[in-house]
Design a protein around this ligand. Structure first.
Ligand code: GLY
Length: 288
């Protein structure tokens, strides 16, 4: 049986049999040949192997993560594909947080980039291989750029662990690294094959980072969805029952915009930079 995506996998589960996957929400990012699903739920990262198999992604896996995420999830990282035993799952662990992209010098950022590329080459990851970004937006951007350029482009999967990455950077295929001259000057559009947003990982997220994600959520409400805006005008916590619905709404808004303007040539996707551009300018001017 052929599957177009994770949604189909659920739909084809016979009604009288137990679904093999835990409850989750799926948003399709419909980009024709580059279409993919964003799967949103709790505990779903443990089903990554099932998802990859459903998509026909059987190649060796290289997980790119950072020390913070690794500290909490290293056992799971080794588990996610159930392939650790056959030596086809490797992990490369970088310094955490913004340091990976911003506070390091330009040379150091490219050293990280080259380090991951060399690791892939050393492990002889083939074109059928899969780069999995397991972390926040910085890891996603870097790992995505590696996936976009290693062997001129290999499979890429996002497993975001911050709210901001779940509702914004893991969706839409923007990848890259920063230059001293400005943010995101070097990069590529490289869509993931799958995004797995497991809300349980937000339990270990520092409050400040959760708030940064909420600012983005409020922005989606402000630009597109009054009901969402009204909901997030009240406090939201990582363990709230309706957080999956909130994330689904944001991802759906972003998906529809990306579908209409994938390469940011028509002006509509630039709407998503609302707030980012001024933020980047302030960071640059103040060397924040
Ligand atoms: N973060 C803005 C975009 O993906 O277009």
């Amino acid at each position: 049986m052929e599957y177009d995506g994770i949604g189909d996998l659920i739909m084809t589960t016979p009604a009288d049999s137990k679904p093999s996957l835990p409850p989750h929400r799926t948003v399709r990012v419909d980009l024709g040949p580059r279409a993919y699903d964003v799967v949103i739920g709790r505990g779903i990262r443990k089903n990554l192997k099932t998802y990859l198999d459903a998509l026909g992604l059987f190649g060796p896996i290289a997980v790119v993560t950072d020390a913070n995420v690794y500290k909490f999830y290293n056992v799971e990282i080794a588990d996610i594909s159930s392939r650790a035993d056959d030596d086809s799952l490797k992990t490369v662990c970088l310094d955490p947080g913004e340091k990976t992209k911003e506070l390091k010098s330009f040379d150091a950022v490219f050293q990280d980039y080259a380090f991951v590329q060399s690791a892939l080459a050393k492990w002889r990851i083939p074109r059928s291989g899969i780069v999995i970004a397991h972390g926040g937006g910085v890891i996603g951007d870097l790992a995505g750029f590696v996936a976009a350029t290693y062997l001129r482009g290999i499979n890429f999967v996002q497993v975001p662990t911050t709210l901001l990455a779940m509702v914004d950077s893991s969706v839409g295929g923007k990848t890259g690294v920063n230059l001293p001259e400005g943010k995101n000057l070097v990069g590529a559009f490289h869509q993931p094959k799958l995004v797995v947003a497991d809300l349980d990982t937000l339990a270990t997220l520092p409050a400040r980072e959760f708030s940064a994600g909420m600012a983005e959520v409020i922005k989606y409400g402000a630009i597109r969805d009054k009901a969402l805006f009204d909901r997030v005008s009240k406090p939201v916590k990582p363990d709230d029952q309706d957080l999956d619905e909130i994330v689904e709404k944001c991802v759906t808004i972003k998906a529809r915009i990306v579908e209409r303007d994938e390469f940011e040539t028509k002006g509509e996707r630039a709407l998503l930079n609302f707030g980012h551009t001024i933020g980047h300018a302030i960071e640059k001017a103040t060397e924040y």
